[in-house]
Design a protein around this ligand. Sequence first.
Ligand code: PMV
Length: 316
Amino acid sequence: MTATGAAPGKVILFGEHAVVHGQPAIACTLSDRGVASTCTADPDGPRLDMPEWGQSVRPATTDRAVEAVPRAFALALAFVGLPAEARLRVTVEGNLPPSVGMGSSAAFSVALLRGLAAFAQRPLTEADLLEGGTQLEGVFHGDPSGLDHTTVALGGCVYFRRAGSDQDKVVRRIALPAPVHLAMGVTARAGNTRQLVARLKTRAADAPRAFAPVFDAIGALAGEGERALEAGDWARLGVLFDVNHGLVNALGVSTLACELMVDRARAAGALGAKLTGAGGGGAVIAVCEDATHARAVAAALDGLPEVRAFATTLQA
Ligand code: PMV
């Protein structure tokens, strides 16, 4: 028997990092990037192969010293009710580079849960998938806001705010009236989300009066961004991207590579550009007029050292 599961990649349009601190954020899945899992019966199982990421692992118990992928595999098997020694092989493949801010760990988690649940013939509700995603993303990122896996599990454009002591969780879909064309650049250097989030937490706790207004301003952009997205006002979306980039830079997570990409995208006529994801290595998105324009901006980014760029669209 063979069972499959899939999940798209995502980009954060507004609110990375500030979302960890209780602000709203917007993320959207990509129409042409993602991962898929294929589960087959195998007497030598359980085994999880990820040829593109150079990994082939067995599940491991939740010993914190153990690598994240084997632990996530063990958690996923248990979550769908399969035994730790299940005789199966899972292959996860796709076109998402890891650790650059495209939601590879969230897509991996959701695709794995979907594939294993199909193999176990256990239907997963949306709530199950969000709960399983929280558990698996916790292995990769420690204390994730939930933005990544919620967006990847629901698909499309999502306005999200995490629950806190003084606020309820908010999750709502944003309907896009037309495709949004992006140019995206990623550097070869991977960022470490867990470390970047922890460092910012310390800095924000040490200087709350410096950081609180920045987080608030980023949160306000999510509301503005939702209106621009619903109205199909890409020029305004671009301006809001530019403002968000300046604010995320103030948080200390941008890199020279990101700054160069943002500058190059704007010079090539993008409507606006910003860092996307945790930063620290770097991915940048630039909103463009149409597909032709997005390809031209991507070509301009491709000229930068160690940058891989492409045009993509947001999943409506
Ligand atoms: O770079 P990514 O795709 O791992 O996104 C991280 C987003 C953060 O806001 C920095 C962390 C979080 O938990 O939301």
